[in-house]
Design a protein around this ligand. Structure first.
Ligand code: HEC
Ligand code: HEC
Length: 504
């Protein structure tokens, strides 16, 4: 409420995720790649493997370049993006974790300096000293990840902090260790994938096979361990977040896609490369790297979604509005309370203009209007405005990942007017199934896990069901009053009665 809203045409969540995933990919690569370099260096020293040492020396320079240039710029990019898109949550997290950030920046400076020294002094320092610098690099990169991971895990599961409000309880939250485990495995995997892609360019066949075998182990073992680690991660989530997953088919599909990507990586790493390292080609390495990027992306996307309806659980909702601002918004209304709205938004402007601004404040963090992320127009085309306004007022009932509506009925009516104007005119749905989807299926499944309706109407005929629908808000005031036509109600009732018959 205290900051202007910068809405991105195709949905601002996209932007955070894209910038965030690229940065996380590089940041975890900076940990895993660093570990791989120093581990391989130690091995090569012990076995006097000069070919490997020469190769590693070149890789160290590329590594320093990649992490310094891209890792650091995308890191700054993340701060810019979250600062503009979610100023309230960013501010809260900075205030709460100010010492953790300070510590993290110290690690960050050490990390940057040591990677430069490590890459530039290769072959010029005593071997042991050079390895120590490498380990200092790895240690600081790792600890910097531990610090950030604690904050990200807190956003998802604040645990005891909700009661004690101490920094220690915020940082050592229930999700800290499981998500650290997942991230460590991802780091190893990215390190291995990077080694595979770099060595696939080498002309030295012996070196190529040697590194391919070694690096494929860094891919398939973590890929397999990701299964139990993600399971642990899911077990330590608060109940509400797990329920959200149960209710949301799109999130379940994401989990299965993540599992499929991991299985594919484990298969390629183990069956194709571990046994026959000669199989390594540029194409294969690139394919594996892309699947690895998909793994990082899917995990981050899923973690962000699991947190809904919050940006910081219990503190800030996903629309960027503080939880503590809600009572006032519910009492005074959104239009009356929101700062930073256009100053010319009086009554004269009309509902559509007001709705446009209110939509930006309350919904645009997750929804595009006509095209883009969760675009609403296709879903609402053909709805009558009273029904649409009733839905807007009840967002948290439609999907538990949506924050409650931060305003009063007139605000919801304005948003409905705006959405209807943007979606364009369309005839209402015809046929029982389509009517069900529009008027009930938004908040119910027929059977399934999400407020199944069939068990309640079991044994009722079309006439009784129709009567029930016409006074549906009496049965439960959470439901919008029926605003469709009588004919629509009849076909919906017939549809429901027929469903029961087909499934005894
Ligand atoms: C946390 C992000 C988020 C916010 C904020 C949010 N929504 Fe949603 N909304 C979603 C998601 C995700 C879905 C799809 C849920 C699903 O998969 O079933 C959805 C579904 C909907 C639907 C049902 C569409 C359909 O396909 O049936 C409507 C209507 C809706 N939102 C309206 C709104 C309005 C109006 C606002 C602002 C007051 C809002 N939402 C705020 C994430 C959000
Ligand atoms: C805005 C969301 C919303 C819409 C739209 C909606 N419902 Fe509901 N409905 C609810 C909620 C919330 C409950 C309360 C159930 C609960 O708390 O578990 C409920 C309860 C019910 C129940 C009683 C279930 C029980 O045993 O308590 C029936 C039957 C039902 N709805 C049928 C319908 C039908 C038929 C339609 C379409 C005409 C419809 N609903 C539209 C949200 C909605």
């Amino acid at each position: 409420m205290n900051y202007p809203v910068w809405s991105v045409p195709f949905g601002s969540k996209w932007l955070i995720i894209v910038v965030g995933v690229i940065h996380v990919f590089l940041a975890q690569f900076a940990v895993g790649g660093g570990f791989l370099l120093v581990a391989a260096e130690s091995w090569a020293h012990r076995h006097e493997d000069q070919a490997l040492l020469d190769w590693l020396k070149r890789q160290a320079r590329v590594f320093a370049f990649l992490t310094l240039v891209f890792g650091v710029t995308t890191g700054v990019g993340v701060w810019f993006t979250i600062g503009i898109i979610s100023p309230q949550a960013t501010s809260d997290l900075i205030h709460l974790f100010v010492w953790v950030w300070a510590i993290e920046w110290v690690f960050f400076v050490v990390e940057i300096l040591s990677v430069i020294v490590y890459a530039r002094t290769w072959g010029r320092l005593p071997r042991r000293t050079h390895r120590i610098i490498g380990w200092i690099y790895f240690g600081s990169a790792f600890l910097s990840m531990v610090a950030i991971n604690g904050i990200l895990a807190f956003q998802l599961a604040p645990g005891a902090w909700s009661k004690s409000h101490s920094l220690a309880s915020a940082f050592f939250n229930p999700n800290l260790l499981p998500s650290l485990a997942v991230r460590c495995l991802l780091c190893l995997m990215l390190g291995g994938l990077w080694a595979l892609i770099s060595v696939s360019f080498s002309r030295d066949r012996i070196l190529r096979a040697e590194v391919a075998r070694f690096a494929s182990g860094w891919v398939w073992i973590p890929a397999l361990l990701m299964g139990p680690a993600c399971f642990w991660f899911a077990q330590m989530l608060p109940r509400a977040n797990r329920k959200l997953w149960d209710f949301t088919p799109s999130m379940q599909n994401q989990t299965w896609s993540l599992a499929a990507c991991l299985g594919f990586l484990a298969f390629l790493g183990f069956a194709v490369l571990w046994f026959r390292p000669k199989n390594l080609s540029k194409g294969l390495a690139l394919l594996m790297l892309l699947v690895g990027l998909a793994v990082v992306g899917l995990f981050e996307w899923q973690r962000e979604q699991l947190r809904d309806p919050y940006l910081v659980t219990g503190l800030v909702y996903s629309n960027g509005i503080s939880v503590e601002d809600y009572p006032l918004l519910k009492q005074r209304g959104l239009l009356a309370s929101a700062r930073w709205l256009s100053p010319h938004l009086g009554e004269a402007k009309g509902a559509v203009a007001q709705g446009r601004e209110l939509f930006r404040v309350a919904c645009s963090s997750c929804h595009a209007v006509t095209h883009g992320l969760n675009a609403l127009a296709p879903a609402i085309r053909g709805m009558d405005q009273p029904y649409l306004a009733a839905l807007v007022l009840r967002t948290d009932l439609i999907w538990p990942g949506m924050p409650p509506f931060p305003g009063k009925a007139p605000d919801a009516r304005a948003i409905a007017a705006y959405l209807a104007a943007r979606a364009g005119q369309a005839p209402g749905p015809t046929g029982g199934a389509a009517i069900w989807r529009m008027r009930c299926g938004v908040c119910h499944t027929l059977n399934g896990p999400f407020r199944p309706v069939l068990p309640t109407v079991k044994g009722m005929g079309p006439k009784d069901i129709s009567d029930l629908i016409s006074s549906i808000e009496v049965m439960n005031s959470a439901m919008p009053h029926w605003s469709g036509t009588d004919a629509e109600r009849e076909s919906l009732a017939n549809f429901l009665a027929a469903q029961e018959g087909s499934k005894p």
